[in-house]
Ligand binder design. Structure first.
Ligand code: BEZ
Length: 234
């Protein structure tokens, strides 16, 4: 496992493997979650306000991510006892925007030694040497990193965007399409580019049913929400 603080895994890389202590017991990452999507995310510290709003939101949405065959895994440079105390406080005391009694049942990693944070490029010294920034890694069922997000410590993440990314990646894989700017499930999708001059010519002349071409290299087609839901939900 790499431990250079400047190392950042890239999209398309194998997700670096590690063993860790978590609030749900020891895990072997990513092997324990083989065949499932994983969202591995870091937060700066337990018992901090922005992180608390994020955890209550993520905890509240866990069932939606599970329906999409996705395992959530949290991490901070705190010990497991601190994580447990914080998660109990969230469940017992916090009522945020109508979300209350939220039980967090995804694993939260104890990374006091910073080994995993360093391996995954979660420590950004310009922001902090001792706390992870808000990193998010989307890892596919084959253990490949597919999307990476980084947010600074003071900015809470957009969880609807995380859901959109996950559905987007699953849609790309399942339907072999690309997704345009601001795509939402149910919007038109981009068909793959024609690979030959002949196909480009064909496309320029005759549009497939429902296909809309803005030019020979930019064509969209409908992909109804029901089709996505039927194919990517467990
Ligand atoms: C927070 O979660 O509130 C937070 C954590 C570290 C720095 C700034 C904000």
């Amino acid at each position: 496992m790499e431990n250079d603080i400047t190392a950042i895994p890239r999209i398309g890389d194998d997700a670096p493997a590690f063993k860790a202590i978590t609030t749900e017991g020891e895990i072997n990452f990513p092997d324990d979650f083989q065949g499932r999507w994983i969202i591995l995310f870091s937060h700066p510290a337990d018992f901090t306000p922005v992180c608390t709003t994020e955890f209550i939101t993520f905890g509240n949405m866990t069932a939606e991510f599970e329906k999409m065959n996705c395992q959530l895994v949290g991490l901070s440079i705190d010990g497991v006892s601190s994580h447990i105390a914080w998660l109990r406080t969230i469940e017992e005391k916090i009522n945020y925007k109508g979300m209350k009694n939220v039980k967090i049942h995804f694993p939260v990693i104890d990374d006091v030694g910073m080994k995993i944070a360093k391996t995954y490029g979660m420590l950004h010294p310009g922001e902090s040497n001792t706390k992870a920034v808000r990193a998010v890694f989307f890892i596919d069922p084959e253990g490949i990193i597919r999307t990476i997000l980084y947010y600074p410590m003071a900015l809470g993440r957009n969880f609807d965007e995380m859901k959109r990314i996950l559905i987007g990646l699953q849609t790309i894989d399942r339907f072999k399409v690309a997704l345009p700017a601001d795509w939402k499930p149910g919007d038109d999708v981009i068909t793959t580019s024609p690979g030959t001059m002949e196909k480009a010519e064909q496309r320029a002349n005759e549009e497939e049913a429902g296909m809309k071409c803005y030019d020979w290299f930019l064509c969209t087609k409908p992909l109804p929400l029901e089709k996505i839901e039927k194919n990517i939900r467990r």
